[in-house]
Design a protein around this ligand. Structure first.
Ligand code: NAD
Length: 472
């Protein structure tokens, strides 16, 4: 894992610039590998390779493409330890968590492979006699897949499996923080028999390789997972040439604890939602909204259990400094630090689980996604105030409520502005067959995973068959 080159047309290709980026290990700050620092020239090469490979790939039947997607998923399953060790090294997350993510990526592949023998269209009626109308899916062409670092294998898998299954070819621009897992995935795709040029990978910085990719005139679809800020920029540049753009963005997800909640269960899920993967999850519970009547009791449980959790590394020194700066700023504006908020002694980019209270809903920290192990407690009177509080956010990705009341659960599910709602669990829980995505600044209405993902990577065509024109 010394130098990670681009993978274009099935071959490892060094960056045209001859420049490489250092990738440090989050766990101890040591150099892990060097990564191609690519630019427009490398992107042009990869997009051309993808364009060349696309017609023959789309000519395969859906069953054949599904079979190759399955072969890749099964190969990834065979190599799950190798894949997970790469993920653990480049993200700093525990191997156990990385193994679970690899398995999730495999499941996504198996789910999409099944579409090879399903991929249903519709038949419908017509006003004219002897006319049969049906719908078929069509690939878009070349797909640019740009993604975040947080769960690097599922992030690639959620996009690459449905993109290629639908008959597109892909140029993947993984996060510069997690290059190795994406390259591993693309190498396995070749080994599984997916032809060269179908899955290409170009590494580099977002502002260089990423921007060149989404701006490339020969890219038909941009599918992006990352921050709202980057998503907005991509929407502007790719939207200007009317490319299809699918954006899966950030969250400031809330978990509500009602006065009739099982507080032990609520505490367990609040901790897991706020702090697993060092809070670097789009679905992390970064707001915990608690009814007055149980506020003190819940706070004591949460803070005491959070202090027992070991610090985990965030992805980079820059991320750590940004998060610590935001916490310090919130405290200077009147919030109170209840746990964490400091960098522990020792190497790496570690941060202890951090809990704040006393921030106003309008404060910067209440409205900004930190993408780290930081959550904020808020106090509300009742359900209506809780719902209003949750919805008072620029984001709307996921939300959870803890209550014994079916009425409260259903009312919350109905009124909360989010793409996913969980009752008596965490602010997550996505599976390969469930469409995932958000409202407001969390996305532009597309859903990833589920059969909804096929709508991102294909266009519908309506086919009219007039069986006997003489009779119409
Ligand atoms: P980011 O926006 O900084 O980067 C995401 C990707 O975009 C990276 O590959 C980056 O190199 C690239 N990029 C950056 N600037 C670019 C530009 N100008 N043009 C093209 N590409 C560019 O986000 P991040 O820090 O990697 O990830 C964290 C964000 O991702 C959070 O907001 C998180 O909530 C979000 N996220 C969302 C989901 C979801 O499904 N909704 C899942 C995971 C992460």
């Amino acid at each position: 894992m010394n130098e990670i080159a681009n993978l274009i047309d099935g071959k490892e290709v060094p960056p045209a610039s001859g420049k490489w980026l250092d990738k440090l290990r989050p766990a101890d700050g040591a150099l892990l590998c060097r990564v191609a620092r690519s630019g427009a020239e490398d992107i042009a090469r990869a997009v051309a390779a993808a364009r060349r490979a696309q017609p023959a790939w789309a000519d395969r039947t859906a069953v054949e493409r599904g079979d190759l997607v399955r072969a890749l998923a099964l190969l990834l399953r065979d190599r799950r330890e190798d894949a997970s060790e790469i993920v653990a090294a480049e993200t700093g997350k525990p191997l156990e968590l990385a193994l679970g993510e690899t398995d999730a990526a495999v499941e996504m592949g198996l789910f999409i492979a099944g579409e090879g023998r399903r991929s249903y269209g519709r038949t419908t009626t017509a006003s004219m006699k002897h006319r049969t109308v049906l719908t078929i899916r069509q690939p878009l062409g070349v797909a640019a897949l740009v993604m975040s670092f947080n769960t690097p294998l599922p992030n690639v898998a959620w996009k690459a499996f449905p993109a290629v299954f639908c008959g597109n070819t892909a140029v993947v621009k993984p996060s510069e923080h997690t290059p190795a897992s994406a390259s591993f995935f693309a190498q396995l795709a070749l080994e599984a028999g997916i032809p060269p040029g179908v899955v290409n990978v170009v590494h580099g910085l977002g502002t260089e390789a990423g921007a060149a990719l989404v701006e490339h005139a020969d890219v038909d679809l941009v599918s992006f997972t990352g921050s709202a800020e980057t998503g907005r920029r991509i929407n502007e540049s790719a939207g200007a040439r009317l490319a299809k753009v699918c954006l899966e963005l950030g969250g400031k997800n809330a978990l509500v604890v009602c006065d009739d909640a099982d507080l032990e269960n609520a505490t367990r899920w609040a901790l897991a939602s706020a702090f697993s993967n060092a809070g670097q999850r789009c679905a992390a519970a970064s707001r915990v909204v608690v009814f007055d009547a149980v506020y003190e009791d819940f706070r004591e449980r949460l803070v005491s259990d959070a202090r027992d959790l070991a610090p985990e590394p965030v992805i980079s020194e820059d991320a750590l400094e940004r998060i610590l700066g935001a916490v310090a700023n919130a405290v200077s504006q009147g919030a109170t630090l209840l746990a964490g908020g400091e960098r522990p002694e020792g190497p790496g980019f570690q941060l202890a689980p951090t809990i704040l209270e006393g921030a106003a809903p309008g404060d910067e920290i209440s409205r900004t996604e930190l993408f780290g192990p930081v959550t904020i407690l808020y106090r509300v009177r009742d359900l209506d105030e809780a719902i209003a509080h949750v919805n008072d956010s620029p984001y709307g990705l996921t939300a959870a409520i803890h209550t014994a009341s079916v009425h409260r659960a259903l009312r919350f599910a109905d009124k909360v502005q989010a793409g996913v709602v969980v009752v008596n669990g965490g602010t997550h829980g996505s599976e390969p067959h469930m469409g995932f995505g958000g409202v407001k600044n969390s996305g532009t209405g597309w859903r990833e995973a589920g059969i909804e993902a096929l709508d991102v990577y294909s266009d519908w065509k309506v086919v009219n068959l007039i069986s006997d024109p003489a009779l119409t």
